[in-house]
Design a protein around this ligand. Structure first.
Ligand code: MN
Length: 682
């Protein structure tokens, strides 16, 4: 074993850490594997380890990976790890080097480009890697910086996989996928029965198009429409643009008539080479991806992967589905003159031949409106449906007894504020603070989407922390869902600080000034000080009332920061403020130890925690509303009780949405961190 492993050995006590001790010279043939550990240590980071010269050459990547080539992330070279580390995962005990949990986040094989050997490329300070993992794919570029000995930059090269700032090529968990060759022949899965229309949250529903069922195979640049002899250049070119090296796509090939309906006769003529009618292929399943057989994956994940790899194209289209509600889709397809729909169990694997997990549902009777195209008819029905989805109840029930405001007043307020409020809720798991009998009745806090949640309400299985069990949580993306939640008596709504797709990366850093018994004047003073501090270190913070007794300060963030990084930053800010205003501010968590001071709370910056968004009313006297403020409104006249479900809409008319920069003005924390450290040292 090379000397390079001595550092690794020196840093660890193998009697205490479960990490593997290096076992002496490794004589295995040089491999070409890489592994990425997610290391939830003092600061969460990702450790990229690449096998070469009998060791795992390692880099710590604090911000993780991004498929956006513009995101250049720091990667700090760390000590070589022994090959045994490739399979290591576990908890490194407190007090030991690297204490915290180490999990395998991704692994696979790699190749190095344009270099004599991987080791030489590292020595030369430039690595071009092809990664073949389950999350990391395609070409990645690592370049040593001139500034510091161990600092490198890591970024995605521009290739077919490059795209959005997310850290996984497909955004789908490939754990169940099998690494093996593309199957040469596959018997298509077919409906195993037929039944009437139904709704069930465990099923998804797809329009059924009359056409030629087909598997399309892509191997590198080679494209084959299995079972067809003729070439179809346009479609084949679209398949070549799929964001995958290899793919096997299931779908249906069709030619549409003037009304956008599939026409079997025209299709037959086209396939026989007797016409030039435009073809289109509706793709509805992905059986194979790069080197993975996806057939064991749940259907929704296969479709998620399919959606992620399809290029924009008029010939190669994604056949989208409706989750849960078969009747609505059936009505829409009937109106469009289609023969019916398929119901498919969302969690089902892909099986050969007929299977009960797929069912066909026949349209009843004749088409209603023959002059509509399919897409148009579907969208018309969609619009029609959305107007009638929520049936309000108990509108006269008094929710705020002192003021006499009713549930109807709450609903009315939410109706009017919906357009401004919804962007702050979109794609975030939302928790409900339900008061079915108003603010003086019993209330309960609801994290989980309950059984009986209508199928049209978007829910997602999400664990509140990375180790916990996933529970269905509501995502409020549209007006109907908002009104449904209001009708449940959810006076205030509590969204996460992060969104689906990047749940571990908050969009805002938040400091919550919570006075309890302290005078509001103290809160104002502390907010002013905090605002000055944040602006002084180059940030553009935003301010709002909590709607109850406190104030919230937000810093909108560029994507990619972890909760832990953001919390540490906010803690630093809170500590400076509590130190400089120690007679009125505290970071003491225990209420009894706060001595009547205002609590400067940075602890909300955590996965699964929530903070009320702007424009949400609170279950307190006066029906006050969380309201954005300009910084110069912070004076002794300010009192949060001025802003209520009766006054906020007028204020919105006059001033517009003052909080909009929370969505539009993401900020880089890194330069501010260095300056904050200056303040902390003073
Ligand atoms: Mn580490």
């Amino acid at each position: 074993m090379g000397k390079s492993i001595d550092d690794y050995r020196a840093k660890r006590n193998f009697g205490r850490t479960p990490e593997p001790a290096p076992e002496g010279l490794d004589t295995r043939t040089p491999g070409a594997r890489f592994v990425v550990h997610r290391h939830d240590a003092r600061r969460l980071h990702y450790d990229l380890r690449i096998e070469m010269e009998g060791v795992l050459r390692s880099w710590a990547v604090p911000k993780g990976f991004s498929y956006d080539p513009k995101d250049k992330h720091l990667a700090l070279r760390t000590e070589d790890h022994p090959l045994e580390y490739f399979d290591f995962h576990g908890l490194i005990p407190k007090g030991e080097y690297g204490a915290g949990s180490m999990t395998i986040w991704d692994r696979g094989r790699y190749e190095v480009l344009l270099a004599e050997s991987p080791a030489q490329a590292v020595l030369d300070g430039e690595l071009k890697l092809i990664l073949r993992g389950r999350k990391l794919r395609g070409e990645w570029h690592m370049v040593k910086t001139r500034q510091e000995e161990n600092s490198w930059l890591l970024f995605k090269s521009k290739d077919r996989y490059a795209g959005l700032a997310r850290d996984s090529a497909l955004g789908v968990d490939l754990d169940l996928a099998l690494e093996r060759d593309m199957p040469r022949s596959v018997r298509s899965m077919e409906a195993g029965g037929s039944r009437g229309a139904f709704s069930d949250p465990e099923w998804l529903f797809e329009a059924r198009f009359e056409g030629r069922r087909l598997l399309i195979e892509k191997k590198g640049e080679q494209v084959r429409l299995r079972g067809l002899k003729r070439r179809f250049d346009g479609l084949e070119q679209a398949v070549r643009n799929v964001r995958a090296e290899n793919a096997l796509i299931d779908g249906v090939l069709l030619v549409q008539d003037e009304n956008g309906r599939p026409d079997r006769e025209r299709l037959a003529r086209r396939l026989a080479g007797k016409s030039d009618d435009p073809l289109c292929f509706y793709a509805f399943d992905l059986l194979y991806y790069d080197e993975f057989d996806l057939r064991p994956l749940p259907l929704v994940d296969r479709k998620g992967a399919l959606r992620a790899i399809l290029p924009p194209s008029a010939e190669l289209l994604f056949l989208d589905h409706v989750l849960g509600s078969g009747e609505d889709l059936l009505r829409a397809t009937e109106a469009a003159g289609l023969r019916g729909i398929y119901a498919k169990r969302a969690g089902s694997a892909y099986r050969a031949g007929a299977h009960g997990d797929w069912q066909s549902i026949q349209a009843q009777g004749q088409a209603q409106s023959l002059d509509l195209g399919v897409a148009e008819a579907l969208s018309k029905t969609q619009r029609h449906r959305t107007r009638n989805r929520v049936k309000y109840s108990n509108l006269d029930k008094v929710f705020w007894p002192a003021e006499g405001f009713t549930k109807g007043d709450l609903i009315n307020y939410y109706e009017r504020v919906a357009d401004v409020l919804l962007p702050y809720l979109a794609e975030r798991p939302v928790h409900l603070n339900r008061h079915p009998d108003g603010i003086e009745g019993k209330s309960f806090y609801q994290r989980q989407a309950k059984e009986g949640t209508p199928a049209w309400v978007t829910t997602e299985l999400i664990a509140s922390d990375t180790h916990g069990e996933a529970i269905p949580q509501i995502i409020c993306n549209d007006r109907d869902t908002l009104m449904y939640l209001a009708n449940l008596g959810s006076i205030d709504l509590h969204p996460w600080l992060s969104r689906r797709g990047s749940l571990d990366s908050p969009d805002w850093g938040i400091i919550d000034l919570d006075p309890k018994e302290a005078p509001f004047g103290d809160v104002v003073r502390i907010a002013r000080e905090t605002g000055m501090l944040l602006r002084g270190i180059g940030l553009r913070p935003l301010l709002k009332t909590s709607g109850a007794t406190g104030l919230h300060i937000y810093v909108p963030l560029e994507p990619g920061y972890t909760y832990e990084q953001v919390r540490m930053f906010c803690e630093g800010v809170a500590r400076v403020v509590a130190r400089d205003l120690k007679e009125i501010a505290t970071v003491e968590r225990v209420i009894g130890a706060r001595e009547g001071k205002v609590y400067v709370d940075y602890g909300q910056n955590r996965r699964g925690q929530t903070v009320v968004p702007p424009y949400v009313p609170r279950p307190v006297r006066g029906a006050s509303v969380s309201t954005p403020l300009e910084w110069d409104e912070l004076d002794s006249d300010l009192h949060p009780s001025k802003f209520t479900i009766q006054t906020v809409l007028r204020r919105l008319d006059e001033r517009g949405d003052l909080f909009r920069p929370a969505l539009d003005d993401p900020q880089d924390l890194m330069p501010a961190v260095a300056q904050l450290e200056e303040h902390l040292r003073r």
